[in-house]
Design a protein around this ligand. Structure first.
Ligand SMILES: Cc1cc2nc3c(=O)[nH]c(=O)nc-3n(C[C@H](O)[C@H](O)[C@H](O)COP(=O)(O)OP(=O)(O)OC[C@H]3O[C@@H](n4cnc5c(N)ncnc54)[C@H](O)[C@@H]3O)c2cc1C
Length: 380
């Protein structure tokens, strides 16, 4: 996470870069694609390697929408902003489908089910469904449990999907035409006059025309601007051994998004979430190791909701998400650094919003276009 004076003293070889992206995750690689489409030559510098952050540790849900149920989002952001954000999410999914088609990416149009774990959540789901239907989103509302596993109600979003997220990022990167410099951490960014931005990394000093931070959870370690805006937050998953038969036909999402489950492409049951029961330990950490308390919560959920699944747990993992303090992604430029933009704070929804947000961030940096509801000025 840090670079010592012995590893790099600022006297590293200078490299010119036209459009330099920091972070080769889902968002960085997608931004690279858009910058290249806009005629820029793109270099990505990444402290690990392609997609080794949250982007290949997630559950692969392509669920349209925000981190909160639709009517709550309207209460919080207003109708116009929610419509704009929903359109941004749909646009994101159109881009993913384009990248999926062009690459060798596992994917299924399985739809998603937002499920209620309680009578209270069922009431919220019904209100969410009504608000979505009023906005002409063609969701199905179920006042009972379509899975017959003890849920109280459900919304089915038939157009949603599940993807192999690591393959998706690889495909986007290949289509971006960008150059990747892996194993190369950024430790300082200076806005200079000519060339515009100097970026100090372990192996090189870059002179770049434009710089875009796509560092999500890790952003505050590069610039204190993000310290009160994006909180690194751990998410954990487990998967079983392959099952004889699938026990789900959709991405399942419940407890206000704190629990999620799907089948993998080789018929394993994946269960993730549970961090709401362990928030002090799971918030404000970049340690992407699993912990016993969260894994016990996930196992208990597996046994409670899927008692018919009699398979050993084969793998457990963790990843670090960047939670913005208000739940929406952040696009903007750093104070005093007009050629340093950012697209961060995906709040566990990079597959819901990532492409649309990356597109706006590139546009804003290159043309000054307004980023709309995701502009970071709302938190300044
Ligand atoms: C367990 C889990 C389940 C999830 N499930 C879903 C889901 O089903 N659907 C969904 O939409 N979202 C999900 N998410 C969230 C999703 O994975 C993220 O929103 C998305 O990956 C964010 O992409 P990113 O490119 O912004 O971040 P990352 O993939 O984290 O990329 C940031 C990159 O920046 C690099 N970096 C950081 N600092 C530096 C530096 N100083 N120098 C160089 N490089 C640096 C990092 O190494 C990293 O590769 C989940 C996340 C987790 C952890």
């Amino acid at each position: 996470m840090t670079v010592s004076i012995w590893q790099a003293d600022g006297a590293q070889p200078v490299r010119e870069a036209d459009f330099l992206i920091i972070g080769a995750g889902l968002v960085g690689c997608t931004a690279a694609y858009f910058a290249q489409q806009a005629g820029r030559r793109v270099t990505i510098t990444e402290m690990r390697d392609i997609a080794l952050g949250a982007s290949s540790r997630n559950a692969g849900f392509m669920i349209t929408g925000l981190d909160t149920y639709y009517h709550h989002a309207i209460d919080k952001w207003g109708e116009a902003a929610v419509r704009e954000l929903w359109a941004l999410s749909s646009r994101t999914h159109s881009y993913w489908r384009q990248f999926i088609k062009a690459g060798n990416v596992k994917y299924t149009d399985c739809g998603s089910l937002l499920l209620a774990e309680s009578a209270d959540e069922a009431r919220d789901l019904e209100l969410a469904a009504r608000a979505m239907q009023a906005d002409k989103h063609d969701v199905e509302y179920h006042s009972n449990d379509p899975l017959k596993r003890g849920y109280f109600a459900a919304i089915r979003q038939p157009w949603d999907a599940a993807v192999q997220p690591y393959e998706l990022v690889q495909s986007i990167f290949q289509q971006s035409g960008a150059e990747l410099i892996a194993n190369n951490e950024v430790y300082k960014i200076e806005q200079t006059e000519q060339p515009y931005v100097t970026v100090y990394t372990r192996r090189y000093v870059f002179h770049a025309q434009y710089v875009l931070l796509c560092t999500n959870a890790y952003s505050k370690y590069i610039d204190p601007y993000f310290s009160d805006k994006v909180v690194p937050t751990r998410g954990q998953c487990l998967v079983t051994e392959p099952l004889k038969e699938a026990v789900l036909d959709a991405c399942g999402y419940s407890d206000y998004g704190y629990m999620y489950y799907r089948m993998t492409f080789d018929n394993r049951l994946l269960i993730g979430g549970g961090r709401n029961h362990h928030k002090p330990a799971e918030n404000d950490t970049t340690d992407d190791r699993v912990t016993d308390p969260v894994q016990r919560t996930l196992e208990a959920y597996l046994h409670a909701k899927f008692p018919d699944v009699d398979a050993a747990i084969d793998r457990r993992w963790a990843g670090i998400m960047g939670f913005s303090v208000d739940g929406l992604p952040l696009v903007g430029t750093l104070p005093g650094k007009p050629h340093v933009g950012f697209a961060v704070g995906f709040t566990g929804h990079g597959l819901a919003m990532g492409a649309g947000v990356a597109e706006r961030a590139v546009d804003m940096l290159l043309t000054g276009a307004d980023a709309g509801a995701i502009h970071a000025r709302r938190l300044e």
